[in-house]
Write a protein that binds this ligand. Structure first.
Ligand code: UT7
Length: 338
């Protein structure tokens, strides 16, 4: 009899496994802001409903004509500037809203950043995109295909949103975050732990752009329940795979889907309220960009500090999900405050 295969891909890493180490970070939000009050009349909703059900008060939207690559370049430039060595020999772009369906957006982003010639490609895993991109970048480092990877997560997610759908128009927004990664080892400041990933295509219909249609449709309540359950389970797996315990965790950096999801997840993991990192109030749900934006904002304002042990987790359409751990580094180069 064959043993049941694990549902998620963590694997047992060899003791000398190469780890991606974070050496730079940056983010960018397009300047146009849409407040809850702006949505009230159009959607028959109000600020109190949106804030109490989602935690969101405002979000940033890309102006017409501004593309995902525009946001990605801004975030990528800031991440490179903050890195100990402001260069990269591979670019991975996590996005579900590429500039066009063919070719990938990453080569153009690389070229605009002065990195023409390096390998560059897109990764599409919707709100889990940053963690899928991280695992991919870690593979490039581990195989020697790259020494420094610029991982950018950027979305103009508002282009998928029906402006008349109040269950999605109040939540989703635009933005970009980026990190520079080098190869390192376990336990170094800035080293990520094993990245645990999973998917369930049988439930794709919960949150999808139906074939032939233009806009995202979401079954909110069922998605909510899946998000809490999947992020809790995968976080536990990632913490154990890193050789940590949940009591070691200082900060929870979860995909900013909904404040109530973040509270339920932290409760499920037994993490106290002060451990939850959040910026959803000001940025909404920026899909793949959510986690790097969160890390950039909260490290800049001091809620996330060098030495903190983090669990990072995300959940999104696909369904896809993932988690990993990280010891926050003391980034040596001062960076642009987001
Ligand atoms: O990014 C990863 C994937 N996404 C998520 O994780 C999002 C998960 N889901 C959610 O965040 C929540 O389900 C929503 C915020 C989308 C909706 O909140 P909810 O508490 O689950 O509300 P609901 O969809 O069950 O709707 C409850 C009521 C409905 O009215 P009736 O049928 O009870 O009369 C909706 O029509 O709230 C109504 N409603 C609204 N009312 C005012 C839905 N959206 C709005 C709105 N303003 N914006």
């Amino acid at each position: 009899m064959t043993a049941a295969r694990p549902r998620e891909t963590a694997g047992t890493p060899p003791p000398t496994a190469v780890r991606p180490v974070l050496t730079g970070i940056g983010s960018w939000l397009p300047p146009d802001v849409l407040t809850n009050h702006d949505l009230e009349r159009r959607l028959g909703t109000d600020d109190a409903w949106i804030h109490s059900r989602t935690g969101i008060r405002r979000r940033h939207l890309a102006a017409p004509g501004t593309t995902t690559s525009d946001l990605a370049v801004e975030a990528g430039r800031r991440a490179l500037k903050s890195a100990e060595e402001p260069t990269a020999d591979a670019v991975v772009l996590a996005t579900t809203t590429p500039d066009r369906s063919c070719p990938a957006t990453a080569p153009q982003v690389a070229a605009r950043l002065g990195l023409s010639g390096v390998p560059a490609f897109d990764v599409a895993a919707v709100c889990s995109g940053f963690l899928y991109g991280l695992a991919t970048a870690g593979g490039l480092l581990a195989t020697g295909s790259a020494c420094r990877v610029l991982l950018i997560a950027a979305e103009t997610f508002s282009t998928l949103i029906d402006p008349a759908d109040r269950s999605t128009a109040v939540i989703f927004a635009d933005g970009a975050g980026a990190v520079v990664l080098r190869a390192g080892t376990d336990g170094e400041p800035g080293a990520f732990g094993p990245v645990v990933l999973g998917s369930d295509g049988d439930l794709a219909g919960l949150i999808e752009v139906p074939a032939g249609e233009r806009y995202l449709r979401m079954q909110g309540r069922a998605t909510f329940r899946q998000a809490v359950e999947r992020m809790a389970t995968t976080s536990r797996t990632a913490v154990a795979a890193a050789g940590w315990r949940l009591t070691d965790i200082d900060r929870l950096a979860a995909h900013q889907a909904n404040t109530r999801i973040l509270h339920a997840l932290a409760d499920e993991l037994g993490l106290p309220p002060g451990h939850r990192l959040s910026n959803i109030e000001h940025v909404g749900n920026t899909a793949a960009a959510s986690i790097p934006l969160l890390l950039d904002h909260t490290s800049a304002d001091g809620r996330l500090r060098p030495g903190h042990r983090l669990v990072l987790t995300a959940f999104g359409a696909g369904l896809t999900w993932g988690a990993t751990t990280l010891r926050w580094p003391d980034l040596p180069v001062p960076r642009d405050t987001p």
